[in-house]
Write a protein that binds this ligand. Structure first.
Ligand code: AMP
Length: 193
């Protein structure tokens, strides 16, 4: 099963990706988590992207495409993957299609989680509160200013990306406003239908 999970920040991409991993037994590839790990480890990549991420801007396409290409070449992705947070631009989507073409395969679906702005803001506030309550460290880009910037960024890049997948017949649109069980069930039903 090869899926990408699209949707604005706070839409539940990570949550749904983790649930799809359990259902389909393929790894989750979260580009945001991969980048945060690189920053935490102080790698060359991490040092290059930290300031961009802190501003809530997008890391350049070439960097992202190389990172994803290297990752999906690994053995554990032989039977598929759930990509979350990538692609974010049409350039990235085209690069992913080319990578899969070269392997003689394609996506089973591009899942778009539809959630309205008020609920996104509510969910991010909850993510921060839950993290603090659990004694964890809040993501440096989960503050109100950066979150607004990330939402704006998504607003600008989402429409062409959704069009790209719609034209390819790969777009699977799901109401992301329901509870997480219902969302997962809907995704699975749409994929098997
Ligand atoms: P996320 O965890 O998906 O919200 O990503 C956190 C941050 O990592 C984003 O705000 C971007 O700065 C960067 N990032 C993650 N994935 C991508 C991507 N596909 N293209 C560009 N930047 C990305």
């Amino acid at each position: 099963m090869r899926l990408v999970v699209l949707g604005p920040p706070g839409a539940g991409k990570g949550t749904q990706a983790r649930r799809l991993v359990e259902r389909y037994g393929v790894p989750q590839l979260s580009t945001g988590e991969m980048l945060r790990a690189a920053v935490a480890d102080g790698t060359e990549l991490g040092r290059a992207v930290k300031a961009i991420m802190d501003r809530g801007e997008l890391v350049p396409d070439e960097v992202m495409n190389q990172m994803v290409s290297d990752r999906i070449d690994r053995e554990d992705c032989r039977n598929g993957f759930i990509l979350d947070g990538y692609p974010r631009t049409v350039e990235q989507a085209t690069a992913l299609t080319d990578m899969l073409d070269r392997k003689g395969t394609k996506l089973d679906g591009a899942i778009d989680l539809k959630v309205d702005r008020a609920m996104l803001i509510e969910r991010i506030a909850k993510r921060v509160a839950d993290t603090l309550a659990a004694g964890g460290t809040v993501r440096s880009d989960d503050n109100p200013e950066t979150f607004a910037r990330r939402l704006e960024e998504y607003g600008q890049t989402a429409a062409p990306l959704l069009d790209y997948y719609r034209h390819r017949g790969e777009l699977v649109q799901v109401d992301g406003m329901q509870g997480m069980e219902a969302v997962t069930r809907n995704i699975a039903n749409l994929l098997s239908g």
